[in-house]
Design a protein around this ligand. Structure first.
Ligand code: NIG
Ligand code: FE
Length: 408
């Protein structure tokens, strides 16, 4: 029998983790953390074996690799539950036009926006997509993200959608089929495109992806089309997600609640009724403040959702158009300064609550015995620098399944 491979992270300034064992945490419990000053974490074979105060560290026999945690704080590896990493090209030109006053919806209507990335992604081919997803995954890791969801949605043809999902899965992401992101130019209308997507792409997409997502919005898919797409995807065994209430309240929240979706994401336009409906449901509201910031949109009602008792998560929405941002620490800073969330609430929202959206809350998002040994070690005397250090180089070392990588 071979001995267990062990890693001891010792002499940490602090270790914090979402409290308890359930998910999602909501209402007042969203701020509940287990917080240990002067801490250790012991990892065995990629899982957390023990953790606690240094003075309670038992003597360890045999081989143990040690990592010096002085000056560092341990938080769970961050979980990004909403990203679009499978794309070719960039949109820096459009960004420059928007900076000078053009609107996102105008650019989209003129064939720019999502559709310009669709052209670039189709042109990149499978190899180019694999390379892009790998590159973007590396960027996320450098910001402390150890679990991430990735959506397709920039192919909108069979080959490119399936290549995107395969690339996401091969890079270790959790794949979501965003087959209803936009209507590609070769189809006259949304219903004709959905006929094709559901008949020709869904059967294979459902073998690779874990969830399906739809952009329910003026100029994309309406509530009836979203329902048709999501019902077919659910029938094929996929969990359901929605991009909803980004620009207009078009029925995404009631549809998500009715269909038992995992999440509805964006919510910049959500009013009081939507907040109440989410609060009395099991649907998680995924807040994407970097996207609201970049597009100059109102921020989603984060504080109101938390106070009403809704389950919320935070994510980057990393994509080439509305949020070219892979940093969950930056998103935590936006949550604290723009959404009215305390640092503790922000941390829980991008760890165990985000893991819940991905159906992985028993596995990742907490530092507790039995969980995956995914840890972000922050170069800070207090873990709350996660939300306080705006745009800082915060992540010193990232541990993935017990394997440490020093970043700076
Ligand atoms: O979540 N809103 C729809 N989809 C993405 C943006 C896609 C793009 O602009 O390329 C989002 O913001
Ligand atoms: Fe998105």
């Amino acid at each position: 029998m071979t001995a267990a491979r062990r890693l001891l992270v010792r002499d940490l300034e602090q270790l914090v983790s979402p409290a308890g064992a359930g998910a999602p945490l909501r209402g007042r419990a969203l701020a509940d953390l287990d917080w240990v000053d002067g801490a250790f974490v012991l990892v065995e074979d990629g899982r957390i074996a023990a953790m606690g105060r240094m003075r309670d560290l038992p003597p360890l026999d045999g081989d143990v690799e040690e990592l010096d945690g002085r000056g560092l704080c341990a938080v769970p590896g961050l979980v990004d539950c909403h990203t679009h990493p499978a794309f070719g090209g960039d949109r820096v030109e459009e960004f420059s036009l928007r900076a000078a006053g053009a609107s996102y919806e105008e650019l989209h209507a003129a064939g720019g926006g999502i559709l310009s990335t669709v052209r670039a992604t189709r042109a990149a081919g499978e190899e180019g997509i694999v390379e892009a997803v790998e590159r973007h995954r590396g960027w996320m890791l450098r910001q402390g993200t150890t679990t991430w969801e990735g959506k397709s949605g920039y192919g909108l043809d069979r080959d490119t959608e399936l290549a995107s999902l395969r690339a996401i899965r091969a890079a270790g992401g959790v794949p979501t089929w965003l087959g209803a992101h936009s209507v590609p130019p070769e189809f006259g209308d949304a219903d004709a495109y959905l006929d094709f997507a559901l008949a020709d792409v869904l059967p294979e997409a459902a073998r690779i992806a874990e969830a399906a997502d739809v952009f329910l919005e003026r100029g994309a898919f309406d509530a009836a089309q979203a329902r048709r797409y999501l019902e077919a995807c659910r029938q094929a065994g996929l969990a359901l997600r929605l991009h909803g209430d980004q620009f207009t309240e078009s029925g995404a929240v009631p549809l998500a609640v009715e269909l038992g979706a995992r999440s509805v994401d964006h919510l910049e336009a959500t009013g009081d009724d939507g907040v109440r409906a989410l609060a009395s449901s099991d649907v998680t509201g995924v807040l994407l403040p970097a996207s609201a910031l970049v597009l100059g949109r109102p921020m989603p009602p984060g504080r109101a959702l938390v106070d009403a008792g809704a389950a919320v998560a935070l994510a980057t929405d990393f994509n080439p158009g509305s949020s070219f941002c892979e940093s969950l620490p930056l998103v935590c800073a936006l949550a604290a300064t723009q959404l009215g969330l305390a640092p503790a609430e922000a941390l829980v929202a991008c760890t165990v609550n985000a893991a819940h959206v991905l159906g992985r809350a028993d596995e990742v998002g907490r530092l507790a015995p039995g969980y995956a040994a995914d840890v972000a070690l922050l170069d800070a005397p207090d873990w709350r620098h996660l939300a306080y250090h705006l745009g800082g180089e915060l992540v010193h070392t990232v541990v993935v399944r017990g394997e440490p990588t020093r970043l700076r």
